[in-house]
Design a protein around this ligand. Structure first.
Ligand code: FMN
Length: 212
């Protein structure tokens, strides 16, 4: 039987009130084994305050680094996200381009994960979800952390930038005259979220020279 649509049906389809799909902004947060896990923690807290739905993926080495450099346990970290996916779950919604998200941030991003993304090696959920962002032309921010940088690191950064990702090294802005590491982290997190058109409103923006 061929599908049929009466003229009346067609007219009522056309005249139907458009459905408003007002969903919360949705961002994937991936954490990998580079130093700077506090950046990921503070980013998740900021996104919670901004009422953004978060999908969190943590690598094995991110968990180790988290334990070493903060008082957080992975369970505290997971509690900050709306959804948590195992890095091995290649069937998670975020592994598909048909699942609608507003972007992804890898914070911090190790040179290993950067290399995986730059070559399209989708062997875990982080590199797969990042690959999806690039193919769907969605916002992908990599808070790439290493120093000094080798030619391989720089080449990988250039390749992903050319494909549409934003490399955001967590480099401190000393012009804010920080009085604590917290100030520097808040400024970095605020600037990362600027890239998603989100304003944390908890860091000082450059407004020209301050008058004495
Ligand atoms: C304490 C600690 C700090 C590390 N810091 C960095 C770093 O800043 N940048 C980096 O690229 N790798 C760093 N590594 C090495 C990565 O954890 C390692 O390459 C790992 O394979 C990354 O895997 P992942 O990207 O799946 O998390 C660090 C490792 C440890 C144990």
């Amino acid at each position: 039987m061929s599908p049929s649509l009466s003229t009346d049906d067609a007219v009522s389809h056309i005249n139907a009130t458009p459905r408003l799909h007002l969903r919360r902004k949705r961002i994937i947060v991936a954490m990998t084994g580079a130093t700077g896990t506090i950046l990921g923690i503070k980013l998740l807290i900021a996104l919670r305050r901004l009422n953004v739905e978060t999908h969190l993926v943590i690598s094995k080495w991110a968990e180790q680094t988290l334990k070493y450099e903060t008082d957080y346990h992975a369970s505290n970290l997971r509690a900050l996200a709306d959804h948590v996916h195992s890095i091995n779950d290649m069937a998670a919604p975020i592994a598909s381009g048909s699942f609608r998200v507003d972007g992804m941030i890898v914070v911090p991003c190790s040179m290993k994960t950067l290399a995986a993304i730059s070559t399209g090696l989708c062997d875990d959920l982080i590199s797969r979800a990042a690959d999806v962002m690039l193919k769907e032309r969605r916002r992908l921010v990599l808070v790439a952390r290493e120093t000094p940088l080798s030619e391989i690191h720089l080449r990988n950064m250039l390749d992903v930038t050319r494909t549409g990702a934003v490399i955001f090294p967590p480099v401190p802005a000393f012009y804010i005259r920080p009085s604590s590491v917290d100030d520097l982290v808040d400024q970095s997190v605020g600037r990362m979220l600027d890239l998603f058109d989100l304003d944390t409103e908890d860091f000082e923006r450059w407004n020209g020279w301050k008058k004495e």
